[in-house]
Ligand binder design. Structure first.
Ligand SMILES: [Zn+2]
Length: 62
């Protein structure tokens, strides 16, 4: 039985939340646009991180 630290659980839950939010944005049609300013997110940035929710001007809120 592998041992998981609390940090691992927190990191997994955080990723799951990000996936949930990305799927929700896909359903609402707001995927690929910044949550803060609604600017389209750079395609290369999304390719690097498909869960990206914000443009480069608002990385601290992603
Ligand atoms: Zn923005």
């Amino acid at each position: 039985m592998p041992e998981f630290t609390n940090d691992s659980v927190v990191a997994i839950e955080s990723t799951l939340n990000d996936v949930d939010r990305a799927l929700e944005r896909l359903r609402l049609g707001t995927y690929r646009t910044c949550q803060v300013c609604s600017t389209p997110i750079d395609g290369a940035d999304l390719e690097a991180n498909p869960l990206l929710a914000n443009c480069r001007a608002h990385p601290e809120l992603a």
